[in-house]
Design a protein around this ligand. Structure first.
Ligand code: UDP
Length: 328
């Protein structure tokens, strides 16, 4: 049992990580500025409101809880916004991570699990997207995460901070108990948007581009269940504790689905029609992002056990149907 500081602990993935940590017997301390997170999602341990740009606040929280490790989720993660306002992403994601690492170095906290992304890879037709693929991000979101991975290597060497980065493919689904789920304001992610369109909570879903060089003209993504994803983070803590040498792992299933396939699955699982219109491409979107790695399985023993479209859509739908709306 250990104290683990979870930045972004009030967000979608961070709150699921807090629950998984609590279930594993740890104390997750959620650190969040509530810009995109929800205080109601902090249910599994203490909450410390704070910003990564505030060194004093971070110092205070490290002194109070003496965390053994950090799970770092706090970041902006909207590809469209990142293309329009790159400065937001460099300031928040890169600057914020630097503030966190400075505070860790000062406090002597020596382990960090970092939330990275497959958006670091960019569009790489014909290239297998494994951990050796190298970075070629198409937008400031991917670029900001690649920069933080480089920062982790530098800080790791200088201050003896063991680090591991998980490069997420598309995270979806909700807690199996329905306690927490995905809520963004504004919502920009495909599955929650399709559910909202199907249930009449918003108008038609816009397909962002139907002329891509894919079988049905829409982009292909590799979807992974949030519960599988956070399970990998718990394994990541063990990996750091035993001095594992690998510093980056893809988290995806290796199976891609087009936007149209996802929307059809939403209709099938919910039994509802998903009204949709064909729209223009969204800037910053890669044609296809599918993991080409099994390293997390080989090294960490990780398996994507729940990451079927049906399980992801079904759990997200169950949570949406509860009518849970977080209030800021
Ligand atoms: N997408 C779409 N309409 C929407 C939202 C998303 O067609 O209203 C597409 C988007 O272009 C991408 C896929 O769905 O190809 C997944 O997008 P999302 O924003 O969920 O995740 P991302 O891949 O950007 O991390």
């Amino acid at each position: 049992m250990a104290n683990i500081l979870v930045t972004g602990g009030a967000g979608y993935i961070g709150s699921h990580a807090c629950k998984a940590l609590a279930k594993a017997g740890h104390v997750p301390i959620a650190y969040d500025n509530l810009v995109t997170g929800w205080e109601e999602a902090v249910r599994f341990g203490p909450f410390e409101r704070g910003d990564l740009h505030s060194g004093d606040r971070l110092d205070e929280v490290f002194a109070k809880w003496q965390p053994e490790a950090v799970m770092h989720f706090a970041a902006l993660s909207n590809v469209g916004e990142a293309s329009r306002e790159p400065g937001l992403y460099w300031r928040n994601n890169v600057g914020g991570s630097m503030g966190l690492l400075d505070a860790m170095a000062k406090a002597g906290c020596r382990r960090i699990v970092f939330s990275s992304t497959c958006a670091t890879y960019g569009d790489r037709d014909g290239v297998v997207l494994d951990e050796q693929a190298g970075f070629a991000p198409l937008n400031a979101y991917g670029a900001s995460k690649a920069a933080v991975e480089a920062m982790l290597a530098d800080y790791g060497r200088a201050y003896d901070i063991a680090h591991v980065s998980f490069r997420y493919f598309n995270v979806a689904g909700a807690d199996v108990d329905g306690e927490i789920g995905e809520a963004h304001d504004p919502e920009t992610h495909l599955i929650p948007l399709a559910l909202q369109a199907a249930t009449g909570r918003r108008g038609a879903l816009t397909l962002f581009g139907t002329d891509y060089p894919t079988p049905d003209g829409t982009c292909i993504r590799d979807y992974v269940h949030v519960e599988d994803l956070v399970a990998a983070h718990i394994l990541g803590l063990d990996h750091l504790a035993r001095g594992g040498v690998e510093t980056a792992f893809n988290l995806g299933t290796g199976r891609g689905f087009s936007v149209r396939e996802v929307v059809s699955a939403v209709a099938r699982v919910t039994g509802l029609q998903v009204p949709m219109i064909e729209g223009a491409r969204r800037e910053g979107d890669a044609v296809a992002l599918v993991s080409g790695s099994t390293l997390a399985g080989e090294v960490l023993g990780w398996q994507a056990e729940r990451s079927t479209l049906d399980a992801m859509i079904g759990s997200a739908f169950a949570w949406h149907q509860k009518g849970t709306v977080y209030k800021a």
